[in-house]
Design a protein around this ligand. Structure first.
Ligand code: NAD
Length: 249
């Protein structure tokens, strides 16, 4: 498929996991893609890469301007960079809350703010935010992470309303547990990684983790001209977790 031919895309957190799969898919379908990441060292051609920290407004602004200049514009922004946190409200202190909200929420704000002037000039402008099923599912031991993704969901809806007349569509994906390096790190840190993996798999009604490629396909759909009538939605890619209202066996 070459449905992204002529389109220019920016993917934050595109050096690993979901972002990497998304950058590679958009590129394979014809887009010119720049990855913005804290650590873009592993990104290879034809993908372009720039170092940026989404918690630093100057870093984001500089990278977005440079990427748009290099590519000759910007049509698609995938706000994907994010970090995790575990625990209840009693477990995370203010510094941890501020850190996660800074990356997961303000990171989306900063990158969108820098990209919107370019997106307004596009005939196929789309923003896709990587949210999470944690925004709506009421998962245990994820108070801070869930709150951060709840904010991303609300921000998606507010941005969709604010920019509809600019011709900028804004949607998000809500993945369940995705088999990425992030989840690998979580499992490595567990007392019994195999048991932890089995518990994560059992939480998904399909009985398996979601793949990064499955989330990338959903992001690509929302970013594509084919989704021209879709804005202000959250697409679940969660093995049925939310829609089926199933609980672990
Ligand atoms: P990952 O750790 O494999 O990749 C995240 C990427 O973001 C890394 O390349 C990292 O360098 C980059 N990054 C982190 N902080 C950054 C910053 N301050 N500035 C720029 N780049 C930064 O993680 P992943 O599993 O692919 O997660 C990607 C997104 O998907 C996140 O927003 C996460 O919340 C969301 N998500 C993941 C899962 C899951 O189970 N893996 C589920 C739902 C949602």
């Amino acid at each position: 498929m070459t449905d992204f031919e002529g389109l220019k895309a920016l993917v934050t957190g595109g050096a690993s996991g979901i972002g990497r799969a998304t950058a590679e898919l958009l590129s394979a379908r014809g887009a010119q893609v720049t990855v913005l990441d804290l650590d873009p060292g592993a990104v290879t051609k034809p993908l372009l890469a720039r170092r940026a920290d989404v918690t630093d407004d100057t870093s984001v602004r500089t990278a977005v301007v440079a990427a748009a200049d290099e590519m000759g514009g910007l049509d698609i922004l995938v706000n994907n960079a994010g970090i995790g946190a575990q625990g209840t409200v009693e477990d995370n202190d203010d510094a941890q809350w501020q850190r996660v909200l800074d990356v997961n929420v303000l990171g989306v704000v900063r990158t969108s703010r820098a990209a919107l002037p370019y997106l307004r000039g596009s005939r196929h402008a789309a923003v896709v935010n990587t949210c999470s099923i944690a925004a709506t599912a009421g998962l245990p031991q994820r108070a801070l992470y869930s709150a951060s993704k709840g904010a991303v969901l609300s921000l998606t809806l507010a941005m969709a309303a604010d920019h509809i007349h600019d011709g900028v569509r804004v949607n998000c994906v809500n993945p369940g547990t995705v088999d990425t390096p992030w989840v690998g790190r979580l499992l490595d840190a567990a007392a019994d990684p195999a048991a932890e993996r089995a518990a994560l798999e059992a939480r998904q009604p399909t009985g398996r983790l979601v793949t990064a490629e499955e989330v990338a396909a959903a992001i690509a759909y929302l970013a594509s001209p084919a989704a021209g009538a879709t804005t202000g939605t959250a697409l679940a890619v969660d093995g049925g977790m939310q829609g089926l209202r199933l609980r672990p066996k």
